[in-house]
Design a protein around this ligand. Structure first.
Ligand code: NAP
Ligand code: GDD
Length: 329
């Protein structure tokens, strides 16, 4: 049985990837960080709360050498990161340490421990393209304009460097934005679906956003984790863009969500500069020809279905919230 180790297992992608690898017959291990509140809600249905064998405490600030040594995994998926672009402007040095050097710490661990059979996946990001005009593919220049994008670029190059220099099977997936019912609530899509559903049920009046003109290529995390797994099953380590190839403005996402709920978005949306970044990334649209042709991957969930899945989920959540509010009087 193959052993997989996932950092960031409590996040959106980590949870979908765990489900996928377990369904493929893997023995799945995960690294979680200690928090004063419970941070395992996304994986509570996947791992028992007392499963200390598979779920271990660790932090990318510290490195995970002991965990690597004890598990000796066949595949390491580095999904952990300080993943919020706007927040990276507020904590840039921390972001560089976790999102950038954190990946390097794992690669160094694999090298020093001489884990020759261990494959490494790095969760690289389209944010590395920054202000490079779309469409972006594996040959497009990187022009990051956020501390997060800069940190991800360090991790991307570290992954290539360890592949070339030490013959480690180390690959980058350069993933464009992917969302889901499990998306963190401060990312724009989830903020919109959750806010619109709460408005629909009278739990809030307005929704305040930042830049409505930004263009993003949005897919579903479940589809993208299939690509992530395929990247490590390829016959050689390599780098792949993962994207739908179709982009929409934030305004179009808002409009689709409110239309699905039979509401006119113009009555409810406010704009505030506090949600804008010092530098904006205006347009991300991926050209995923390489992974489509080489690994035969393609996304199954389109924009309309993504909106439906997220709104249906958040409407149920809002109904529960409304019921609790009513019971409390
Ligand atoms: P996410 O939901 O924010 O999950 C991030 C994970 O990293 C969480 O499990 C988090 O733990 C963990 N983490 C944060 N700081 C850590 C630290 N110091 N040590 C150990 N773990 C730490 O992000 P996601 O959307 O699943 O994305 C997964 C990865 O793909 C990230 O690296 C992200 O940057 C990258 N990526 C995402 C997208 C996207 O559109 N979603 C696109 C391209 C690349 P807690 O649960 O305790 O916070
Ligand atoms: N978060 C947020 N909140 N974004 C807003 C808002 C708002 O109120 N209003 C407008 N936006 C705009 C942002 O300025 C950005 O242009 C776009 O919506 C998407 O923002 P996010 O959902 O925060 O995602 P992101 O593109 O900055 O970063 C995500 O995608 C990257 C891949 O391109 C994250 O998941 C990163 O971790 C990931 O690497």
């Amino acid at each position: 049985m193959k052993k997989a180790l996932i950092t960031g297992i409590t996040g959106q992608d980590g949870s979908y990837l765990s489900e996928l690898l377990l369904s493929e017959g893997y023995d799945v291990y995960g690294v979680i960080r200690r928090a004063s509140t419970i941070n395992t809600s996304r994986i509570d249905d996947i791992f028992a709360p007392d499963d200390k064998k598979h779920i271990m405490f660790g932090d990318l600030a510290d490195g995970i050498d002991d965990i690597l040594y004890s598990i000796q995994p066949d595949e390491v998926y580095n999904m952990a990161s300080m993943s919020h672009v706007k927040v990276s402007f507020e904590i840039p040095v921390y972001t560089a340490d976790i999102t950038g050097i954190g990946a390097l710490r794992i690669l160094e661990g694999i090298r020093k421990l001489n884990l020759k059979h261990t494959k490494f996946y790095q969760a690289s990001s389209s944010e590395m393209f920054g202000i490079t005009p779309p469409p972006q593919n594996e040959n497009s220049p990187f022009n990051p304009v956020s501390p997060y994008g800069c940190a991800k670029l360090l991790a991307y190059h570290a992954t290539r460097t360890y592949r070339l220099g030490y013959n480690i099977f180390a690959s980058n997936g350069i993933l464009f934005n992917h969302e889901s019912e499990r998306r963190g609530m401060t990312f724009v899509t989830r903020k919109i679906t959750r806010g619109a559903c709460r408005i629909k049920l009278g739990l809030q009046d307005k929704l305040t956003l930042g830049n409505l003109d930004a263009l993003r290529d949005w897919g579903h995390s479940r589809d993208y984790m299939k690509a992530v797994h395929l990247i490590l099953q390829h016959d050689k380590p390599d780098d792949f863009v993962v994207a739908t190839g179709i982009y929409h403005t934030v305004k179009e996402f808002v409009s689709a969500v409110f239309a699905y709920l039979d509401m006119d978005w113009k009555e409810f949306i406010l704009s505030d500069d506090k949600y804008k970044r010092p530098n904006e990334v205006p347009a991300l649209q991926g050209d995923a020809t390489k992974i489509r042709n080489t690994l035969k991957w393609k996304p199954e969930i389109d924009f309309k279905m993504l909106v439906k899945l997220m709104v249906d989920h958040d409407l149920e959540e809002a109904k529960k919230e409304a019921l609790i509010k009513e019971m409390k009087g």
